[in-house]
Design a protein around this ligand. Structure first.
Ligand code: FES
Length: 573
């Protein structure tokens, strides 16, 4: 045991024999606790992103009680602290705008109060990076408890996957191949239990990344939300975090260049969401590690994709769990990983996965029989994206990996919504759809608009994929030849702002190239005419966000959260 009771951080609040500590103790007693409940015990914050609108976390009130059970068992004192539930479904313009807000809230909840360690409860897309970014910066012992995926969707005997099948069947509805009645029945069957999206969307990707980084207990990210193993996991998190406080095992003892490289490799092997790139860059930045976009491409080249999960594969997260889950997948990756990296369990990654087995090789493939020989992400550069852009080739029709076509330009999402299905729109299957002003500042919040809809007249002709380019993101559950995260974004005058109707755009995934076939002289002329759009916010969080958010290639963190001297512990007077 490294830490003694009088070295606990909470001891500064509860221990001294002075006026302030009298108040702190008397107020704990006000809630019915006795000295024996909290004195000299690790105070464990259970940061709970539950809300009535946080649909993926609807089981969290019960789970928080199950975490408390473990904390009590191990001799700690649990306190539940609600944090903003940045829910993917309802928050507009995009929960991405509030990720850094959750990170700040997490950091300050821990800093300003008598907390010795934390269990972080999240799962819906941005909650994982938001909670972890704050916890890494605060650097108190912390365990991440992922919400777990929901059960498979079901309609008319068919398995439905979150997001992916919404886009797929919406296109069919627009093409007239399914009825309104079919569509309404799907609404009843696609989300039928607590838990996060059960495709390999951003939620499943980020929880797998949290586990690979060593920030969850082994196997935690794959357990379905409603499986009885999930409450058992919650209680185990409660027990373990108390031990971690005594061991003084903190996030920065666990995170390293090796663990981030492992996370990128796992991301490629699961065919993870493109959103993970932004979040990983931001998370690494909080740990003082610079992750270059090139690193993602380099590791993608040598990491086969072996998880056969939608949208890049066939199955869903429930199948993944039954097939052995992330532990089995990491075991398949074997020596591609740095197995010496430490985890919150106090053991090394290699030890955690030693006994793991793959029980269904159709879902978790082996390295010599992958779904795709290379990882699911490619980083593109060119005069249209000097600081990089992202594409998920495994989720795009192969014929579009190399394509040149004339641009059809939409100046923002409203323009897109107004004209995309206009029968007079000049567009065919070879066109390249371009959406401007949808980035971190332009969206604002870089909404998941990157899977631009296929014009209805092309859907009716049977077209299901086209090259689409934007500075926005794409849901991890989405698919198609969508070039995303174009950086710098058009709102700040990036080259995407200079694209005009009919310009030829060349995409070449193999060459990692995204090129606007317009001369430098003409681009310079257009730049001299370009006018910056008006600021979107004059006040409030929007103004803070706009003043400090970084571009996609830098992780969209706030500049003042990635830099500066550490914030001191609060004085207690
Ligand atoms: Fe919460 Fe998809 S809506 S994970």
């Amino acid at each position: 045991m490294k830490t003694s009771p009088d070295q606990l951080r909470s001891h500064r609040w509860f221990g001294p024999n002075d006026l302030r500590s009298f108040t702190h103790r008397s107020r704990a007693k006000q809630m019915g606790y006795a000295l024996e409940d909290f004195q000299g015990k690790p105070v464990i914050a259970i940061i709970n992103t539950w809300s009535d609108l946080s649909t993926c976390h609807s089981h969290f009130r019960t789970r928080a009680e199950e975490v408390k059970r473990g904390v009590w068992q191990a001799g700690g004192f649990p306190v539940e602290l609600p944090a903003m539930a940045i829910t993917e479904t309802y928050m507009k313009p995009s929960p991405m705008m509030y990720r850094n807000f959750l990170a700040m809230e997490t950091e300050e909840l821990l800093r300003s109060q008598p907390i010795d360690g934390a269990v972080l409860m999240g799962g819906c897309d941005k909650t994982t990076p938001g909670l972890l970014m704050g916890a890494i910066t605060m650097n108190l012992p912390a365990i991440y408890l992922p919400a777990g995926p929901m059960l498979r969707g079901n309609w008319n005997g068919q398995v439905l996957g979150s997001g992916s099948d919404v886009w797929k069947y919406w296109a069919e509805k627009c093409a007239g191949t399914i009825s309104d009645c079919d569509w309404n029945e799907m609404e009843d069957g696609i989300a039928r239990s607590p838990g996060h999206c059960m495709t390999m969307g951003t939620a499943s990707t980020m929880t797998a990344i949290a586990e690979t980084l060593g920030l969850t207990l082994p196997g935690a990210s794959s357990i379905p939300a409603v499986d009885a193993n999930h409450p058992r996991l919650a209680t185990k998190c409660g027990r373990r975090i108390v031990e971690m406080v005594w061991e003084d095992l903190k996030p920065l003892d666990i995170l390293s260049e090796g663990s981030f490289e492992n996370a990128i490799i796992a991301d490629m092997a699961i065919g993870g969401s493109t959103n993970a790139i932004i979040h990983l860059v931001a998370l690494a930045g909080r740990a003082g590690i610079k992750l270059d976009l090139q690193k993602f491409d380099e590791l993608a080249q040598r990491t086969p994709m072996i998880a056969n999960i939608r949208p890049s594969g066939q199955y869903l997260m429930e199948d993944f769990y039954y097939a052995g889950g992330l532990k089995a997948l990491l075991r398949e990756l074997g020596d591609l990983l740095d197995l010496d990296c430490l985890t919150v369990a106090g053991t090394k990654l290699g030890e955690n996965i030693q006994q793991a087995r793959t029980s269904n090789s159709a879902v978790i493939r082996s390295l010599d029989n992958p779904v795709s020989a290379k990882g699911g992400t490619a980083i593109l550069y060119g005069n249209l994206a000097p600081n990089g852009a992202v594409i998920k080739p495994t989720a795009a029709e192969h014929r579009l990996h190399k394509h040149t076509g004339p641009a059809v330009v939409f100046k923002d999402y409203n323009d897109l919504a107004a004209r995309i299905n206009d029968e007079h729109l000049v567009v065919d299957e070879n066109s390249v759809l371009v959406l401007q002003n949808a980035g971190p500042l332009g969206g604002p919040g870089m909404p998941e608009w990157g899977m631009l809809p296929i014009p209805q007249k092309l859907l009716l002709k049977g077209v299901r994929d086209m090259v689409r380019i934007s500075d926005s993101r794409m849901s991890g559950t989405a698919y198609g030849a969508c070039v995303l995260h174009v950086s710098p974004e058009s709102f700040v005058g990036g080259p995407l702002a200079l694209v005009r109707e009919g310009d030829l755009i060349e995409l070449d995934v193999a060459q990692r190239r995204l090129h606007l076939q317009v001369s430098d002289e003409e681009l310079a002329r257009r730049r001299s005419e370009w006018q910056a759009p008006e600021r979107r916010y004059e006040r409030g969080f929007g103004a803070l966000y706009a003043a400090h958010v970084s571009q996609a290639d830098q992780g969209c963190d706030f500049d003042f959260l990635q830099a500066g001297a550490p914030t001191p512990e609060p004085e207690i007077h």
